[in-house]
Design a protein around this ligand. Structure first.
Ligand code: DSN
Length: 423
């Protein structure tokens, strides 16, 4: 087979891929679930392992020719064990949602009960939203954050659990800016004799680096995604005590998935190796420091932050007090015009649709990867505030777009673009 480049085979796709490199270089990714992986992770993810079927697990596959797939998957497993201290690890989930699905399938019967955080209060679709399979297969009730303080209210969760008597309690969130007390959740799960699933998708990197407490060894199951703060190949992961390993293995294959995406498993292995290096801890600490600096600047400027600040990689801005006339969607669109990419987000007590929303979620994992410090994060906060204060003002738009470009140029994601550009 002659090797042909994407450009030779498909110039239209090549143009889009090249434009995406430029888009990422020239804009600030503040979507809290995004990051920029290294060239090494990119290389692993685009490797020939995309050609390989490897149903099964290392040493026990349904197809031949899996010796190198075995090596790569075992590396990912061993490194994950080292990073998070888990007894059992499964690195095959295609995503965080698939990881949650497999745990539910392994441990619950259809119709059994899940108690989880409401989506508009920071939960996740796969925690049992009615539009998601989990909300359709299981009986789901939601707890909420305290409407005043925006924080988890363990007394209320305990009462709710006592009344609902769930079979599984889900902790771990997509838009909750505070550190989570895993032990408190576990105590409630123990009281009502429920399993405890902790979904650390957003904070895998913070937990691996020891910047946040770990639910591993506390909760029965810990799920996550592998491309957010941990910055490895795209996909999901499940961790648990060894006793649950066989059931979870079966819930992934044949339960919910077929062949693993072995090129992504390779990306996980490589990214986990990077995360084991001492500098990863500094990255995780800086990610949190940047979120705090950005949030503090916005607050000083009059914006309300859900829970009054942040302990992690994101701030959730509630626009209802400071800018009641601006929706989250309008803010998202105005910011994107100047190169600041984030998402409109629901806030506790939301009255608008999730697509419009009354808040924005601002995350620092990606800008920290490209080298931002607290001063840069404050500048980003200044840019966000200027744009939302002056929606539709072309002069302000021009000034802020210039600052964003300067920040991007001073902090390139990929020093040598030729290594990541599709030729
Ligand atoms: N889409 C991810 C997020 O933004 O939080 C979760 O799946």
């Amino acid at each position: 087979m002659n090797y042909e480049t994407v450009r030779e085979v498909d110039p239209e796709a090549a143009d889009a891929l090249a434009a995406e490199v430029e888009r990422q270089q020239d804009t600030l990714a503040l979507i809290a679930s995004e990051n920029h992986v290294s060239e090494a992770v990119l290389e692993a993810q685009s490797s020939v392992l995309t050609n390989k079927y490897a149903e099964g697990y290392p040493g026990s596959r349904y197809y031949g020719g899996c010796e190198h797939a075995d090596t790569v998957e075992q590396l990912a497993i061993d490194r994950a064990r080292e990073l998070w201290g888990a007894e059992y690890v499964n690195v095959q989930p295609h995503s965080g949602s698939q990881a949650n699905m497999a745990v539910y399938l392994a441990m619950l019967e259809p119709g059994e009960k899940i108690l989880s955080l409401d989506l508009t209060h920071g939960g996740h679709l796969s925690h049992g939203h009615p539009a998601n399979f989990a909300g359709q297969v299981y009986e789901v009730e939601n707890y909420e954050v305290d409407p005043e303080g925006g924080r988890l209210d363990f007394e209320a969760i305990r009462d709710h659990a006592g009344e609902f008597d769930p079979d599984m309690i889900v902790s771990g969130f997509s838009a909750y800016p505070r550190e989570v007390d895993w032990e408190a959740f576990q105590a409630i799960a123990d009281d009502v004799d429920a399993y405890h699933l902790s979904d650390i998708a957003h904070i895998t990197g913070l937990v691996a680096a020891g910047v946040h407490d770990s639910p591993v060894g506390v909760a029965d199951f810990v799920t996550g995604s592998t491309h957010k703060t941990i910055r490895s190949g795209r996909g999901g992961i499940i961790m648990a005590d060894e006793e649950y390993g066989d059931d979870i293995d079966k819930a992934i294959i044949p339960g919910t998935q077929g062949g693993p995406l072995m090129h992504n498993v390779a990306g996980k292995a490589v990214g986990f190796e990077e995360a084991l290096q001492p500098e990863f801890e500094a990255y995780a600490e800086q990610t949190v420091a940047n979120a705090k600096a950005l949030g503090a600047h916005l607050e000083k400027h009059g914006f309300s932050l859900v829970s009054g600040g942040t302990d992690n990689h994101l701030v959730l801005v509630d626009l209802r007090d400071s800018h009641p006339e601006v929706t989250g969607k309008e803010a998202e669109e105005a910011l994107e015009e100047v190169g600041i990419v984030l998402n409109a987000n629901t806030v506790p007590g939301e009255t608008r649709s999730p697509f419009v929303a009354s808040g924005i979620r601002v995350g620092t994992p990606a800008i920290t990867t490209r080298g931002f410090d607290e001063d840069d994060a404050e500048t980003v906060g200044h840019c966000i505030a200027e744009i939302i204060d002056n929606i539709g003002d072309d002069d302000v738009k021009g000034e802020v777009a210039e600052i964003v470009q300067e920040l991007c140029e001073a902090n390139p994601i990929y020093e040598d673009e030729s290594e990541v550009l599709v030729s």
